[in-house]
Ligand binder design. Structure first.
Ligand code: UDP
Length: 237
């Protein structure tokens, strides 16, 4: 079967792992995520993952004036490593081979990010989880997702969100909000749509990297996207 995307970079926010909890990890939710990933892997898709940390710490949201913003962001990056460790083991429990790479050296728990090695592992069917964000403060894991997507030569970045695509208004607040099936990178900028961090989106645009925004918890949505079926919103040049 022809696939729309042979290699993907899937961005999972930390929130996507917390399920109904207000903090941390939710075992059934992790299992659901792993199952959706397994189905796509079974189709022959190579999968790189960037995991966020918002279920534990988001630097900008830590309200403590005595902690420097750089430190807060480092705490946030650590949170992504915690999530990455959990995800790796859960993916393994679902029969997948998975490897954790961290942008912040932490040799006892994860290997350093190595794009070339990651490409090789992906082509051998292993799932590579990139944690630690970009390793730099003042950006988020959206930037890490685009960066790793480009580094591993992914065919697309797939951003899993709570809603099933990009809307012209917040669908949680406006029932009339309309979902786009397709947009160009330029239209996203022109319409000032909040898709991901601007720096991250600018990199997608510059690199001509397709971006799909979709709902990770809609069953089989991820598989539909890689098969090229209409699902979520596709941003392409
Ligand atoms: N972070 C950072 N640099 C990066 C990626 C993440 O400083 O390259 C920090 C930042 O504080 C961020 C936190 O890690 O708020 C968790 O990441 P993010 O907010 O992207 O997680 P998500 O919203 O995807 O769960």
């Amino acid at each position: 079967m022809a696939l729309a995307y042979q290699r993907i970079l899937l961005k999972l926010s930390g929130e996507a792992l917390q399920g109904p909890e207000s903090f941390g990890l939710h075992a059934p939710t992790l299992a659901t995520v792993a199952e959706e990933i397994r189905k796509v892997h079974q189709l022959g898709v190579e999968i790189g993952l960037v995991v966020g940390g918002g279920n534990i710490f988001r630097g900008a949201q830590i309200a403590n004036a005595q902690i420097d913003r750089v430190t807060k962001d480092q705490m946030g990056m650590m949170a992504t490593v915690i999530n990455g460790l959990a995800l790796r083991d859960v993916l393994k429990a679902h029969g997948l081979r998975a490897r954790l790479m961290s942008a912040i050296p932490m040799l006892e728990v994860a290997q350093p990010v190595d794009a070339m090695q990651a490409r090789r592992l992906l082509s051998e069917g292993e799932i590579v989880i990139f944690a630690g964000g970009t390793g730099n403060p003042f950006v988020t894991t959206d930037t890490a997702a685009t960066l790793r997507g480009v580094e591993i030569a992914a065919d697309a970045v797939l951003k899993a969100t709570k809603v099933d695509g990009i809307y012209d208004d917040d669908p949680a607040k406006n029932p009339q909000a309309r979902r786009f099936d397709r947009l160009s990178h330029d239209e996203v900028i022109a319409r000032n749509l909040k898709v991901m961090d601007l720096a991250a989106f600018a990199m997608c645009r510059e690199q001509g990297m397709p971006l799909v925004v979709f709902d990770m918890f809609k069953q089989d949505a991820l598989a539909a996207i890689v098969r090229g079926e209409a699902e979520g919103t596709l941003v392409n040049s």
